[in-house]
Write a protein that binds this ligand. Structure first.
Ligand SMILES: [Zn+2]
Length: 321
């Protein structure tokens, strides 16, 4: 049984301490996807983050392994080692070049979305004008399928995400998105998006972010409530967990260099007026409480295990190669 954390954020600095990742491992997580860059992060920053995180993982083989396959994850879990993969939140680090997808695969990136909140030349962000997937975007979805990365539609515009799910030849996931029916926010996904995701064979992973759960101090029970909603809509096989816990490290700056304007990426009009820094996350210990919380919604133990990792294992076996 694998516990799969579909999205976590360390400071975007190659020197970031992996202590929070150790705490996830101690809480029972077997695989974690760690963010290595968003559309706001210029390529030199993304590259130095990947280099730094790879070095930290390589320096501690008794604690971490960069996973290429589900078999790697299962082997690591048997030895108490945490398997890690990287994810990109947006297509801008691809430099409008579909062949960059396979290069990132070589560097350890296992999951990618095509836009982060705002539109780019490839896809739409969820807090921007709706256009739909561009021609370049169609070629990049094909490259993502060919390279064997998980196609992720979190942070993506609604219409554009439906386009991506229609075009993708492989299951598509939402690595950290919650049902709009339970919490009104532009980052959350409609029933139509959840149904389209399930139709690809994919998984919607529930985030642990306060605003997206509509809870000021979110707990495992809030996550379970959102998971149960998705299961009720499309079935237990299409629900996962991506708590999106963002770990800050005092004294370590990861602000993108240059003219960085946070109000562009997290616009006030989309409800970020109280600043992103004030968002709260479910605690790491949510992972210890999740099985019980999921079962308190009426799921069996086996169904809770599918939500906590079994479903993402199934999708990764199909997508990664
Ligand atoms: Zn995100």
């Amino acid at each position: 049984m694998i516990n799969w954390e579909a999205h976590a954020c360390l400071p975007l600095n190659g020197s970031a301490d992996f202590a929070p990742i150790d705490r996830l491992r101690a809480a029972g997580v077997n695989y974690v996807s760690i963010n290595v860059g968003m559309d706001m992060n210029p390529l030199p920053q993304v590259m130095s983050v990947i280099a730094g995180f790879r070095a930290t993982i390589a320096a501690h083989p008794e604690r971490y392994v960069l996973a290429s396959s589900v078999d790697d994850i299962e082997r690591a879990a048997a030895k108490g080692i945490l398997a890690v993969g990287f994810d990109l939140e947006g297509a801008m680090p691809l430099l409008e070049e579909p062949r960059m997808v396979a290069l990132y695969r070589e560097l350890g990136v296992r999951q990618i979305h095509l836009a982060y909140n705002r539109n780019n030349s490839v896809a739409d962000g969820c807090h921007d004008v709706e256009r739909g997937l561009t021609d370049l975007g169609r070629r990049i979805v094909e490259a993502v399928n060919d390279a064997g990365l998980l196609m992720d539609c979190s942070h993506t515009g609604r219409r554009c995400s439906l386009d991506i799910m229609a075009v993708s030849r492989k299951p598509v996931i939402f690595s950290h998105s919650n049902p709009l029916a339970l919490a009104e926010h532009g980052r959350n996904v409609t029933d139509e998006q959840i149904r389209a995701c399930a139709a690809t064979g994919g998984v919607v992973c529930v985030s642990g972010v306060s605003r997206f759960l509509d809870s000021d101090a979110p707990t495992a029970h809030d996550v379970a409530r959102h998971a149960a909603y998705i299961a009720g809509l499309v079935g237990i096989r299409h629900v996962g967990v991506g708590l999106d816990i963002s770990f800050a490290e005092p004294g370590l700056d990861d602000t993108p260099p240059g003219d960085f304007d946070p109000t562009f990426w997290w616009p006030k009009s989309a409800g970020y007026d109280r600043a992103v820094a004030r968002m709260t996350y479910t605690p790491i210990d949510t992972w210890r409480e999740l099985a019980t919380a999921l079962q308190s919604t009426g799921m069996t133990g086996d169904e809770a295990a599918l939500v906590m990792g079994g479903n993402m294992v199934r999708v990764a076996r199909e997508v990664w190669h």
